[in-house]
Ligand binder design. Structure first.
Ligand code: NAD
Ligand code: WQD
Length: 341
């Protein structure tokens, strides 16, 4: 009997790539998503890649009664991966109450329902944003959690605390918290990828839309930082590499491999790249020249952050393997596919 994994936010960017990897690893999956930042059509892409069409339950995780009907329908959920959240930093500054409500209530409902249904394990989508501007680089899981730079970042910090407090109070299952750095790229099939609705806030979708002529030029927010070329440095991780880490985490929880009730892992490549290096890598990988302009700094940007992924490498046996060029090429292939979608 295949283990059934519930994936909230499973038609979203990282969720959809994780659903593909779970299916290909032999798991059954049920997707729960309210389509607030994705489309049901994403399931078509998942089916094209895997040959399996996972059920999509369109449901708001912050609505307990609605979410409960999903658990009532699927009695044998072994574990859950919780991607469902609002994640736009700038929007969270404009609409903090919406972000606190959605992100905190969805998690609370998730934990209550998984516990009531005897789940074996829980994986939570967290973010390197919880570290703020780290004092020491690369960042390990022991780095101090700093005051959040946005309501969004604060929801991630509070969600981690909720998981810790609920676990201490006797949650019936173990949890793994995964702190992602900067996920980029798309599935090599170009059947699924990032679907930024509206003007992209993140770098890579803006790069690919500029390359596609949808945007006139890329604005690079500052080149006067204390970094080798003056532009900000981040740890850009291939989304498929990231998805594979979730499969390993689910297996670890179902097989009860760890004695710890909660484990936390940084998921990054361990390599920092500047914005200007990304631009050069994109042009080299795709042969497409990027029109860009250096402008002033973006408020709230931290100068540089990249992961120390040793703990995930050693304990999970997981490592990001994709090169930045093949990852940027996958993003470009997806952008080209979007034009015909
Ligand atoms: P995304 O917006 O593509 O996916 C999130 C999905 O959750 C969307 O499909 C959305 O419709 C759904 N959703 C939101 N609120 C919901 C609710 N109340 N009920 C049901 N579905 C709901 O975002 P993503 O980039 O795939 O991020 C997934 C997770 O990873 C999020 O928790 C995000 O905070 C976290 N994360 C993302 C990044 C990143 O750069 N993309 C980095 C670190 C952490
Ligand atoms: C990367 C770099 C920008 C756009 C955000 C969230 C974080 C996480 C990942 C959810 C920065 C520069 C960007 C542009 C640019 N999301 N940039 N021109 O800010 O590292 O992280 O997404 O968890 O929480 O904060 O990612 O892609 O927005 O920016 O110059 O048009 O690219 O200044 O240095 P960021 P990003």
């Amino acid at each position: 009997m295949k283990e059934l994994i519930l994936v909230t936010g499973g038609t979203g960017y990282i969720g959809s790539h994780t659903v593909v990897e779970l299916i290909e690893a032999g798991y059954q999956v049920v997707i729960v998503d309210n389509l607030s930042n994705s489309e049901a059509k994403v399931v078509d892409g998942i089916e094209k890649i895997t040959g399996v069409r996972p059920p999509l339950e369109v449901c708001d995780c912050s609505d307990f009664d609605a979410f409960k009907t999903v658990f009532d329908k699927y009695h044998t959920i072994s574990a859950a991966i919780h991607f469902a959240a609002s994640k736009a930093v700038g929007e969270s500054v404009e609409k903090p109450l919406d972000y606190y409500r959605n992100n905190l209530l969805s998690l609370i409902n998730m934990l209550k329902l998984l516990s009531a249904n005897n789940g074996k394990g829980f994986v939570f989508s967290s973010s390197c944003t919880v570290y703020g501007q780290p004092d020491v680089l690369p960042v390990t899981e022991q780095a101090p959690i700093k005051p959040a730079m946005s309501p969004y970042g604060n929801t991630k910090q509070i969600c981690e605390e909720i998981i810790r407090d609920a676990t201490h109070a006797g949650l019936s299952f173990k949890s793994i918290i995964l702190r992602y750095f900067n996920p980029i790229g798309a599935h090599p099939s170009a059947e699924i990828g990032e679907l930024p609705l509206g003007v992209p806030q993140n770098l890579i979708p803006y790069v690919t839309q500029t390359a596609a002529g949808i945007r006139a030029k890329l604005k690079i927010f500052g080149n006067d930082y204390n970094t080798p070329d003056g532009s900000c440095v981040r740890d850009y991780i291939n989304v498929v590499d990231l998805a594979k880490a979730h499969v390993i985490a689910v297996k670890r929880l179902i097989e009860a491999k760890s004695s710890d009730k909660i484990e936390t892992f940084n998921l990054g490549t361990g390599r920092g790249l500047s914005v200007l290096e990304i631009v050069k890598s994109f042009e080299k990988a795709t042969g497409v020249k990027l029109n860009y302009e250096i402008v002033g700094r973006r408020e709230g940007d931290i100068e540089q952050v990249w992961a120390n992924p040793d703990y995930a490498n050693q304990v999970l046996g997981w490592k990001a393997t994709s090169t930045v060029e093949e990852t940027l090429l996958s993003a470009w292939r997806w952008q080209e596919k979007l034009a015909t979608r």
